[in-house]
Ligand binder design. Structure first.
Ligand code: UDX
Length: 450
């Protein structure tokens, strides 16, 4: 009955154009589509998703006004600010068009990434309710709030950015774990984060997290936040969502994994944004080689500064590893992590990667490079205790020991067991009666009531 009612309801999604944001937004879209809603995705030309992966959705690009220089700068803060500054008119025009083309199928609400805050005013103006999607953890939100507060009081930059002193108001974090980045100035970052934090027009906040991972942070945010929060994650587990990858996925690595023994392989990937230098590449390479464990390593083209792909791998490394290692440009990560051969994940701890690993019961080695990754690395190692946080500069000996501890050594056993326990808890939260399950139902009810 619910489905019949939802059918004449159109939802418009506006993702933030980065891989770590597009994935959860389209996963949410797949879930809502399964409940009978029609899904229209309005998106920037920059990093535009591939419509053919989602035949059930309607896609409309808008002019984003980004210059070639802005795009090639890789400055995610400046790019996000520019989209917010540039897109009001083109978004408004598209939205009006969608409404006029199909007047029977009214737009029930706009669901937008919190970073794409310009969409809120347009929706409000057209009398369309809006729901905000937050694609990173609640704990990171609390840490970012602390960062904005310290900045506004003039306490940042600190005399020592590596300070081990505890961060006020956020459990388990130190000042050095604050989610800062080097894309742009702190002023610019504060502008972006401050606008993304503004919930005044939102009917609800959808959060890609789940109670069993962030209970105390969720309780804390619920006290402060005037808008209802739906913690419905991990979104990638809800509906068998199609891949929304921006890069071509190498499929041959699955065949290579098929030849490996159970839980033997460490999967290495630093996500879609982070980059490393030649020295770090060499330490990673020799650490992996010396661990003697089989590994599947994603080296994203352009992620090693000063080269196109893996030209800077140290001499003798490829010969040394022989069949024991496999290197690809990009993988179908969810598929890889669910493969029986994977026993560990060496990750930068982007929130999606963290959720994907925890959902599969895979323990982690954490080497964060910026932003929320610092926060998640702390939580993986200290709170959930399912991984090792490498806090220092990458060093081959430390890497080799970490890989062996994670994958085979007896003293890593407790961590491996805990990872399996956490996987079970996440599954329970998604089953009938679980917290994410109930929030998903409540979300559908709320949308129907708008
Ligand atoms: C960015 C930020 O860096 C991250 O900290 C923030 O939480 C979200 O935005 P990214 O660095 O790409 O994201 O990390 P992550 O959140 O882990 O998202 C990466 C996505 O790409 C994951 O869903 C992962 O499955 C996918 N991926 C990664 C692939 O499909 N193939 C790969 O080879 C690597």
């Amino acid at each position: 009955e619910m489905e019949k009612k939802t059918q004449s309801n159109r939802l418009v999604l506006f993702p933030c154009p980065y891989q770590g944001h597009i994935n959860p937004m389209l996963q949410l879209g797949s879930f809502l589509h399964s409940k009978g809603f029609s899904i229209t995705v309005i998106h920037t030309q920059f990093n535009s998703p591939n419509p053919s992966n989602h035949p059930d959705f309607t896609f409309f690009p808008i002019q984003d006004g980004l210059t070639a220089e802005e795009i090639s700068s890789g400055n995610a803060v400046a790019i996000s600010l520019a989209i917010n500054a540039n897109c009001t008119a083109s978004f408004r025009q598209r939205l009006t068009q969608v409404m006029e083309q199909d007047p029977e199928n009214k737009i029930t609400c706009l669901i937008h990434d919190d970073v794409m805050y310009f969409t809120k005013a347009v929706a409000k103006d057209l009398n369309i309710p809006n729901i905000m999607l937050r694609t990173t953890s609640v704990t990171n939100f609390l840490a970012r709030t602390a960062l904005l507060r310290l900045h506004s009081k003039g306490h940042i930059p600190f005399p020592d950015s590596r300070s081990l002193n505890p961060l006020p108001d956020v459990d388990h974090l130190r000042l050095k774990d604050l989610p800062t980045n080097n894309f742009d100035t702190l002023e610019k970052y504060s502008e972006l984060a401050g606008n993304a934090h503004d919930v005044r027009t939102a009917s609800a906040i959808v959060w890609n997290t789940t109670d069993c991972l962030e209970q105390s942070s969720l309780a804390q945010i619920q006290q402060q936040c005037p808008v209802p929060i739906f913690s419905i994650g991990p979104l990638h587990r809800i509906e068998a969502a199609a891949s929304s990858s921006l890069l071509e996925e190498d499929t041959t690595c699955i065949g290579w994994l098929d030849k490996q023994s159970n839980n033997a392989v460490i999967y290495v990937s630093l996500g879609s944004v982070a980059s490393i230098n030649e020295k770090e590449l060499a330490e990673m390479a020799w650490g992996l080689a010396n661990s003697k464990q089989p590994f599947l390593w994603v080296i994203r083209p352009g992620s090693v500064s000063g080269s196109n792909w893996m030209e800077q791998l140290p001499q003798g490394f490829i010969e040394e590893i022989g069949e024991r290692g496999y290197i690809v440009k990009w993988a179908h990560q969810r598929k890889v992590l669910s493969h029986r051969a994977i026993g560990g994940f060496w990750s930068h701890c982007g929130w999606n990667s963290t959720l994907e690993s925890l959902s599969e019961g895979i323990p982690m080695i954490c080497t964060p490079s910026f932003g929320d990754q610092n926060v998640h690395s702390r939580y993986v190692s200290l709170v959930w205790k399912v991984g090792l946080h490498l806090d220092n500069e990458l060093e081959r000996g430390e890497i080799e020991r970490a890989v062996r501890k994670l994958m085979v050594d007896a003293d890593g056993g407790v961590m491996r067991v805990r990872a399996k326990d956490l996987k079970e808890k996440i599954e329970v939260s998604l089953r009938n009666g679980g917290s994410s399950y109930s929030f998903l139902n409540k979300l559908v009810e709320l949308i129907m009531s708008l």
